[in-house]
Design a protein around this ligand. Structure first.
Ligand code: G6P
Length: 610
């Protein structure tokens, strides 16, 4: 959610902090701030708004210093304004702290600290932590020790970084539930909540684990537990380059990510298809195949777009593997005491690998004794590390807040899973080979669907002022309807609902009139005739129909107002091609309405608070 950066070394900290913050802005963007230790003082500057507002605010201010921290906020406690922006300081202004997460017991801590004479200036939960650290610091004079002691009293989640005037060559960072990664340079260290921010500076990184504290000095780094036990950590290579996290000539990250899907889908399949044997190889789960194959039940848990991919996963696994699947929102799963036994395997699906609810669902499933597998995009993320085994998407960093390429890669990987397990059940070699061939043809079909972007834009022009949209689909295209509606509401702020097409009669049909655009995903498959009936029902009530249909289907033009064609593909791969025009429709409408598509209001890329 919020983004954290830090620097300690021989260079000026501020330009490095600002560069890092710009790369993290997609995570939270209601306010930002920095703090540096300079000339025996901690200097703090913060501003409501975007990083560009902070940069404008810093113009002409002299902020020297080679140790500093920076933060971009997504408000949880206290409205987004200059005061509530991070960093937060203690009573004396001696220490400055940035925080990602939620201090759940902050109200009790705050009351205690106020009783002890501390003066609070903000409405944030974070400020309580700054004062709590101060309380210990007054007594023991060691920032490191004070941070550890304070965190032992904290309930909730945190990724924090702290600096102090009294110890100008020290940066202390700690995490529980919110990601933190250290970048290792030559006599300099970087800190970030997301490896993307480190790419311009170093490729050598070290991930902090929960309840670990990093004590960072220019000439050395020590990682300890909260209880002061030194931890041996290994550095790993990031394997990301700048080109992959920049816009590459596109006006928005979202459009770049939509357009690169032929390649990202290919990357998700690379080295994983075995055409001769008609199956797939998934290295990350190969040693776990028996537990997957003999599971009596699979449970997919996820949030947002990943939850939509999970719904498609349910259709795929049940069709090809014949194992019963349930799909559950992670936020419900974690508090519902779900029935899990030895024969259930749980799959957590997450682009970022950091979503707090999904992470908590994994922990709950593990407590109940289940094997938990992950499908993640971000290598080394918390979910990737906490699951027993898993599959990476290899779709590259996704920066646009509305997920696009991660979705198609998730569905691709789920198809590979269905193929692999299906071949060990009832699928014949010939059927497997056919599926492989269809998968191989997928990237070029997605490329063809993308080529219609201009036509989608023309339709976007016509409907950009609509107040509501309905998205309808059946079978594999029902989750596509949900995802198409989610994309539109996320970035254009138009109310949109996705529904199974036949359910329309049980409610949404009441909404239909000449002002209601209805998007039907009506590709040619077993449900096609039924969908045509549903289209007629909408037309009979003067609704405006935009259909996503299979190339060559001229019949449909008789019933609908607009057709967006996608290449023909077997029903189980339909979602990957039929979502393309819907992503583009949401994108073009949002741009035409003047919305900030990469950073839609109130949303965050990675939701690390529950
Ligand atoms: C946020 C993002 C969505 C994403 C969801 C789940 O809401 O804005 O795009 O689908 O989180 O995130 P995950 O990283 O777990 O897939």
């Amino acid at each position: 959610m919020c983004g954290i950066v830090g620097y300690i070394g021989g260079r000026q900290a501020v330009p490095i902090l600002l560069e890092g913050l710009k790369r993290l802005e997609y995570r939270g963007y209601d306010s930002a701030g920095i703090a540096v230790v300079a000339e025996g003082r901690v200097l703090v500057e913060k501003k409501a708004g975007k990083i560009s507002d902070l940069i404008a605010h810093l113009q002409g201010r002299d902020l020297p210093g080679t140790v500093g921290i920076g933060h971009t906020r997504w408000a949880t406690h206290g409205e987004p304004n200059d005061t509530n922006a991070h960093p937060h300081v203690d009573c004396t202004g001696e220490i400055a702290l940035i925080h990602n997460g939620i201090i759940e017991n902050y109200a009790a801590l705050k009351a205690e600290l106020i009783a002890k004479g501390h003066r609070f200036r903000t409405e944030t939960d974070t400020e309580a932590l700054a004062h709590l650290i101060e309380e210990f610091y007054r007594r023991n004079g060691s920032l490191e020790e004070s941070v550890r002691s304070a965190l032992l009293q904290v309930q909730g989640t945190f990724g924090i970084a702290v600096i102090s005037r009294r110890e100008p060559d020290l940066l202390v960072a700690a995490r529980r539930g919110s990601p933190l990664v250290l970048g290792l340079g030559e006599r300099e260290y970087f800190l970030a909540s997301d490896p993307n921010a480190l790419v311009p500076f170093t490729q050598h990184v070290m991930y902090l684990d929960d309840d670990e504290v990093a004590v960072v000095r220019k000439d050395g780094l020590l990682v300890k537990t909260l209880r002061d036990v030194t931890v041996e950590k290994k550095a790993v290579e990031l394997g990301l380059d700048l080109e992959r996290i920049e816009k590459g000539g596109y006006p928005h990250f979202m459009l770049k990510e939509i357009m690169e899907q032929p390649e990202t889908i290919q990357d998700s399949m690379r080295g994983r298809l075995l055409p001769e044997e008609g199956t797939a190889r998934l290295g990350g789960i190969q040693h776990e195949i028996p537990s997957l194959l003999y599971a009596r039940r699979m449970l997919f848990t996820a949030c947002g777009t990943s939850w939509h991919a999970a719904l498609i996963g349910e259709y795929l696994i049940e069709e090809f593997v014949r194992t019963p699947v349930e799909v559950e929102y992670a936020s419900e799963f974690r508090y519902r005491d779900p029935v899990i036994d030895r024969d259930t395997v749980v799959w957590a699906i997450s682009q970022s690998g950091e979503t707090a609810d999904t992470l908590a669902a994994i922990r709950e499933a593990k407590r109940k004794g289940a094997k938990v597998f992950g499908i993640c995009n971000v290598v080394g993320s918390s979910i990737a590390r906490e699951t027993d085994a898993g599959i990476y998407l290899h779709a590259g960093p996704e920066i646009g807040v509305a997920s696009t390429k991660a979705f198609t890669s998730q569905v691709t990987v789920l198809t590979l899973l269905a193929l692999l397990l299906g071949r060990m059940r009832s699928l014949s070699a010939a059927q497997g080979r056919e599926m492989v061939a269809h998968l191989q043809a997928l990237p070029s079909k997605v490329r063809r669907a993308l080529a219609n972007s201009d036509q989608v834009k023309e339709i976007a022009e016509l409907y950009k002022n609509s107040r509501n949209f309905l998205y309808l689909g059946r079978g594999y295209n029902f989750p596509v309807a949900l995802e198409g509606a989610l994309k539109l509401k996320e970035i254009s702020y138009i109310h949109a609902e996705g529904y199974p097409a036949a359910e329309m009669k049980h409610g949404p049909i009441a909404l239909i009139d000449e002002n209601m655009p209805v998007v039907f995903i009506a590709t040619r498959d077993a449900t096609y005739d039924k969908i045509l009936n549903n289209i007629q029902e909408v037309k009979a009530r003067r609704g405006r129909v935009i259909a996503v249909a299979t190339e060559g289907d001229t019949e449909i033009t008789r019933y609908v107002d607009h057709v967006l064609y996608v290449p023909e593909t077997p029903h189980f791969l339909n979602p990957i091609v039929s979502i393309i025009p819907l992503q583009l429709l949401a994108y073009h409408i949002a741009v035409l309405r003047g919305c900030n598509v990469d950073q839609p209001r109130n949303l965050a890329k990675s939701v690390t608070v529950e």
